[in-house]
Write a protein that binds this ligand. Structure first.
Ligand SMILES: Nc1ncnc2c1ncn2[C@@H]1O[C@H](COP(=O)(O)OP(=O)(O)OP(=O)(O)O)[C@@H](O)[C@H]1O
Length: 342
């Protein structure tokens, strides 16, 4: 089922949480809404679910305008971070619940068979008769997904479903969710503030800031070609150095960088900590090492440029230089963004 959001606006009292968002999610696609806290992700998801009503704009499911369709008739399945299972029902009863109350009538035998299939799908066969308190947090979220899938949703909406779990469990669950998505192919909208989660899982990532989409693209597109300073910063560690752009060239400490398309004037040069080569002497930006931090697989070097700007970069564990060493920074994959408001 294709979903289309057409210029959606949502205001709470006087606060505009969503500013005219338009977005198309192709049938079978897994799209992540990624942004910092308060950027409007959950509000958008709730409008797609029908739990919140947009002030302006429309939401289409396929060709049908779904804006006025009630939640229970939209054919959506949800999994939320804190959408607790019914504690007094077993895992099997939790999964069966939606089917028992659904308009589509199913026989007891059909329901039992479907529960068994879903338990197999989420790899929890054998746990049917346990209660939610008797399984782990990660298992509970898998049950929540099975419960959401039980009624054959056309669209799956997931709001930070793994948010409360620890890092290793989260990683396993997202690989697992991706596999299930590939098996079932249900159009899925996934909300997260975790960059790694979005990049790991999604076919396409929609990056939000203050209720607006700031970039949409495949994980490769948003990582390799961030369109603005916000995306560059939000997706991972980034260094920034003051620069001045003249005729498509940015100057930093008299070293020139390509800045094609960036307007003349003040700008910033961005680069990732992995994109620095340190040399004892050379044509790069002069700097002094302030601190060396050892990590299991690398060293993180904190340095300061000749004009007092701080830079962090990563090197191999064998990096021989120490605090107070002087050298130059060669910057790979630099990006220049204007600091003049558009
Ligand atoms: N019912 C409400 N009444 C008033 N303001 C609200 C309401 N729901 C959300 N907001 C505000 O709208 C903005 C967007 O909220 P939303 O929950 O969509 O953000 P989010 O990106 O999902 O954030 P988080 O990652 O913290 O959940 C926030 O500033 C929030 O305080």
């Amino acid at each position: 089922m294709k979903i289309r959001l057409d210029t959606i606006v949502k205001t709470f009292d006087t606060f505009r949480a969503v500013h005219g968002v338009s977005l198309e999610i192709e049938s079978g696609e897994l799209v992540a809404l990624l942004g910092p806290s308060g950027s409007g992700k959950t509000t958008i998801l709730r409008m797609v679910a029908g739990l919140e009503y947009p002030d302006e704009g429309a939401i289409f499911f396929g060709e049908e305008n779904a804006t006025d369709i009630e939640v229970r008739n939209r054919g959506v399945g949800f999994v939320f971070q804190h959408y607790a299972l019914f504690p007094h029902m077993t895992i099997g009863e939790n999964i069966a619940f939606g089917m028992k109350v659904s308009k589509t009538r199913r026989s007891t035998a059909e329901i039992t068979e479907r529960v068994a299939d879903l338990l197999r799908l989420v790899q929890l066969d054998g746990l049917k008769d346990r209660f939610p308190a008797q399984i782990s947090g990660g298992q509970r979220q898998r049950v929540a997904l099975a419960r959401a899938l039980a009624v054959d949703p056309k669209v799956l909406l997931l709001d930070e479903p793994f948010g409360a779990l620890d890092a290793n469990v989260r990683r396993d669950l997202r690989r697992w969710l991706r596999k299930i998505h590939e098996e079932l192919g249900i159009t899925t909208l996934f909300v997260t503030h975790d960059q790694a989660e979005a990049l790991d899982l999604a076919d396409r990532v929609v990056i939000l800031d203050k209720g607006r989409i700031v970039q949409t693209g495949t994980p490769e597109e948003v990582c390799r070609a961030p369109e603005n300073a916000f995306v560059m910063n939000f997706l991972g560690d980034a260094n920034r150095l003051r620069a001045t752009v003249t005729a498509g060239r940015a100057s930093v400490n008299e070293i020139l960088f390509d800045a094609a398309g960036v307007p003349d004037g003040p700008a910033e040069l961005f680069f990732r900590p992995a994109d620095v080569i340190w040399r004892e002497d050379g044509a790069g930006i002069p700097a002094v090492i302030l601190r060396v931090i050892d990590r299991p697989d690398s060293k993180r070097i904190l340095a300061v440029t000749a004009d007092g700007q701080h830079v962090e970069f990563d090197t191999a564990p064998e990096f021989p230089f120490r605090t107070t060493a002087r050298g130059t920074l060669e910057i790979l994959r630099p990006r220049v963004f204007s600091t003049t408001p558009a």
